[in-house]
Unconditional design. Structure first.
Length: 193
């Protein structure tokens, strides 16, 4: 007879996500995950297969909590410049409000795991591509409506905004100074034409 899982998987993934954001993949030991989740080593392995399995579950959770809401906001029907500025400001507010300076798990995964782990690479690519696609659509719509200048390719502008969003996260980890992060965000909004 199979044993029932005796812990809250969702809570364990959430705790693991925070631990990976705090220490990175390499800096997080199995014991760190046991301590953070309150779940025994054997139970973690039974549920997730490995540290890699738990990491991928944490990346998926991060995508659901942070990437999906940004993409949904972009599809919300607001004017292009307004919604892109709102996304940039929300990112700055999140960075400045994070007293622990937790890493963006997508940026951290790109730097630490993408070169060696095809599954992490796929998740990072899918996440950034979805964001780029949503931005491309709203920028193209803004250009068609005459709200944004049409002299630049919408895809190129979308890539620039994605790069800005990720750059804000990196710079915010170094120094979460709202004024300087907002200055960079405003330059990005201005680049939309």
């Amino acid at each position: 007879m199979a044993r029932l899982r005796e812990f809250d998987t969702e809570a364990a993934v959430q705790a693991a996500m925070t631990t990976f954001r705090r220490h990175g993949y390499e800096g997080t030991s199995i014991q760190d995950l046991v301590d953070a989740t309150g779940v025994g080593r054997g139970s973690l392995y039974a549920a997730f297969g490995s540290k890699d399995g738990l990491y991928l579950a944490a990346v998926d959770r991060y995508r659901e909590q942070y990437a999906r809401p940004l993409i949904e906001l972009l599809h919300g029907g607001a004017a292009a410049r307004e919604v892109i500025r709102e996304v940039l400001v929300a990112t700055v507010d999140e960075i400045v409000g994070d007293g622990e300076r937790l890493a963006c798990l997508i940026v951290a995964a790109a730097m630490e795991r993408v070169a060696d782990d095809p599954e992490t690479a796929r998740r990072v690519r899918t996440t950034t591509q979805s964001l780029e696609d949503a931005l491309t659509e709203i920028i193209a719509a803004g250009q068609a409506a005459g709200e944004l200048a049409a002299e630049r390719d919408p895809r190129d502008l979308a890539r620039f905004i994605v790069t800005t969003l990720q750059g804000l996260r990196v710079m915010g980890a170094i120094s979460p100074d709202r004024r300087s992060l907002m200055a960079a965000a405003e330059v990005a909004v201005g680049a939309l034409g």
